[in-house]
Write a protein that binds this ligand. Structure first.
Ligand code: ATP
Ligand code: MG
Length: 384
């Protein structure tokens, strides 16, 4: 008897003629997740199975598989010979000894001598005879024993369903450029877009030397965490120190954040177009801070000319974002105290509803194109 991990698709089963496209992407991503392990990935009747792995590594393998978008759930099954004695032996190892249960059988092999209801009844009877505190409840059982008779003379027996990441396979929905800060929100925003199948590259703005190396390491770590879900990523960093200095010198302090954001968005759009990105992604959530009012978003959005700006967290509460951050494993890193952009220049009272005319007036005091060109001389690419 040996262990096999069964993987079930999430939404892909809704797809029609282009299902192959989604399956191929999923297979590539699964192969990537399984690369560190010696094992085999096989496709069997509308799902996948991972076989022939070192059973001591099963927890590690499951952890990896749970991060692959496009998988709805996993089960660890025991593979046995398909005679009833062997099936019973496997079921006894897996099933609970008390509570209500039912047996659900499925025959891939239609030549198997028993029908599915017969298998269910027979195995149910044998389990009842073994465990006297079990009871059958076919409507609302506390657990189910599933038996899958395969065409190769083997049967798969399993009880548990382990929830997986759901979503769509990364690589099936284009590529976006995530504005990745060192905070809680933007890594979650990247996760949400990867969940819908988008490849995500990251762009981080820093104010070195006002911000330190630890701040950079923190962002690299966040990109690493995101990369586990997004099937890798590239992290680009750009300095905005000179832009903050110029704004500080020439413009009204309460507009510092608004003006800086407009530079960030302009640089991000141009960079995205250079690397084949099809949208910008940010971690903004409506009303969370002064720059994320609808007026603030309008102001930053209005400098983006060609690409959509996707804000997957726009309707989320902070608590909801934190929950997801914890789930994806980013929270502990996100709350490390290092600042991403310079706080030296930040005003005590940022403008909450900045007026566009006022912003344009302040901006006209700056050499916008020159500052952007200078920023592009500082681009660094970090492979994650
Ligand atoms: P986060 O938790 O993602 O830092 P936040 O609540 O701190 O978000 P802001 O600082 O207003 O919000 O930033 C809003 C969004 O702008 C961020 O989610 C991110 O997408 C982008 N952003 C902010 N700072 C940076 C930065 N230094 N580099 C890249 N993107 C940034
Ligand atoms: Mg932030």
């Amino acid at each position: 008897m040996k262990k096999v991990i069964i993987l079930r698709y999430s939404e892909i089963w809704l797809k029609g003629k282009n299902r192959g496209f989604f399956e191929r992407a999923l297979e590539t991503n699964l192969a990537r997740a399984l690369k560190p392990f010696s094992c085999e990935l096989v496709k069997q009747s509308g799902r996948y199975a991972v076989r022939d792995f070192d059973e001591e590594q099963i927890e590690e393998i499951i952890d990896k598989l749970k991060k692959v978008f496009g998988i709805h759930s996993l089960s660890v099954a025991l593979e046995t010979d398909s005679d009833m004695d062997s099936i019973e032996e496997a079921a006894v190892l897996l099933c609970r000894q008390t509570g209500t249960f039912k047996v659900e059988a499925h025959r891939g092999d239609k030549k198997y001598p028993l029908t599915s209801p017969e298998i269910s009844r027979m195995l149910g009877g044998r389990l009842l005879a073994r465990f006297h505190e079990l009871k059958v409840d076919v409507h609302e059982p506390s657990f189910s024993v599933r038996v899958d008779i395969r065409e190769n003379g083997k049967a798969l027996v399993f009880c548990e369903f382990i929830p997986a990441a759901n979503g769509m396979p990364v690589g099936t929905a284009g590529k976006g450029l995530l504005l990745l800060s060192g905070g809680i929100d933007s890594p979650v925003a990247g996760y949400m877009m990867a969940k819908r199948g988008m490849k995500v590259d990251c762009l981080h703005f820093h104010s070195y030397p006002y911000t330190n190396m630890q701040a950079k390491e923190k962002v690299v770590e966040l990109a690493n965490i995101l990369a586990e879900y997004s099937c890798g990523t590239h992290l680009y960093t750009v300095s905005v120190t000179h832009i903050q200095e110029a704004i500080h010198e020439h413009c009204k302090p309460e507009l510092m954040i608004t003006l800086l954001r407009r530079f960030m968005y302009r640089i991000a759009e141009r960079h995205a177009l250079r690397i084949g990105g099809q949208c910008l992604i940010t971690g903004e959530s409506l009303g969370q801070v002064a720059s994320q009012t609808i007026e603030g978003m309008t102001s930053s959005n209005s400098v983006v000319e060609k690409l959509p700006v996707l804000r997957p967290l726009v309707g989320f509460d902070k608590n909801e974002i934190i929950d997801r951050s914890i789930k994806m494993g980013a929270y502990e890193t996100s709350i490390l105290p290092f600042e991403d952009c310079c706080t030296v220049f930040l005003p005590d009272f940022p403008a909450i509803r900045p007026k566009l005319e006022q912003i344009l007036e302040e901006e006209s005091k700056l050499d916008v194109e020159g500052l952007i060109a200078e920023a592009f001389t500082t681009v660094e690419k970090i492979k994650i």
